[in-house]
Design a binder for this molecule. Sequence first.
Ligand SMILES: Nc1ncnc2c1ncn2[C@@H]1O[C@H](COP(=O)(O)OP(=O)(O)OP(=O)(O)O)[C@@H](O)[C@H]1O
Ligand SMILES: [Mg+2]
Length: 271
Amino acid sequence: MTMNEATPSADPNAGKTPLVEMRDISIAFGGIKAVDHASTDLYPGEVVGLLGHNGAGKSTLIKILSGAYARDHGTIMVDGKEATITNPRQAKDYGIETIYQTLALADNVDAAANLYLGRELLTRWGTLDDAAMEAETRKVMGRLNPNFKRFKDPVKQLSGGQRQSVAIARAIHFNARILIMDEPTAALGPAETEQVGQLIHELKKDGIGIFLISHDIHDVFDLADRVVVMKNGAIVGSAKTTDVTKDEVLGMIILGKCPAGAIPGPGALAD
Ligand SMILES: Nc1ncnc2c1ncn2[C@@H]1O[C@H](COP(=O)(O)OP(=O)(O)OP(=O)(O)O)[C@@H](O)[C@H]1O
Ligand SMILES: [Mg+2]
């Protein structure tokens, strides 16, 4: 066999067990097939960029993974075993955490209070153990974003990128192994986007797998190891970012056309 640049290159994940595998997932709202027999996977330390037009089904697919929506059809495997995920609590038990664009932070309290929101540490007298929560928060942040110094400020005073680090710190502090980020940089400036890129880099080193949804194909090419493109609820194809060009991925998004360097899915345009 000859090597050809225009075919998918050797799979670096071959022989490994995926962190997550979604198989043949479907869900309809009324008559609309929001997700239509979609399959995808995610490996430890990997960033998979999920791309597609508005309404392609990206958020719906990851909401099925995070337990926010109950699927009509399909299987979710975690660490190679079938997982029961029908609500967000169960997804969290499997180490699946989602960071939404809105971040869902409590604006009027500091980073530590946000990290422990709803899971506060108490002293043996039953009062809030602020010292322990702050110490633990400094530890997590020190690893994730060593430049973060604003431990005493309410998070509403922080920049978008700093708020993003608080949200990510909260997710990984509670043992997230699978992180879903839906448009994490949509509201951020270039410097803050860069900061989120750094955070993602740190998480990868720890073996965390990330599904990254973004409209910005440049961001995705910078951050993702692989792209998965959806159109009308179906998977057009997936490819390593090194095997395809941005133009080819745009062709997948807009036309549903799967280039030679990608693995076609059921949503690929027949040629
Ligand atoms: N709760 C819901 N009820 C009814 N229809 C829904 C619901 N959520 C999503 N849909 C529909 O499912 C389809 C997929 O929507 P989804 O939000 O997953 O798209 P998306 O790829 O995330 O788009 P965007 O890039 O705009 O965020 C759309 O047609 C949308 O209108
Ligand atoms: Mg969406």
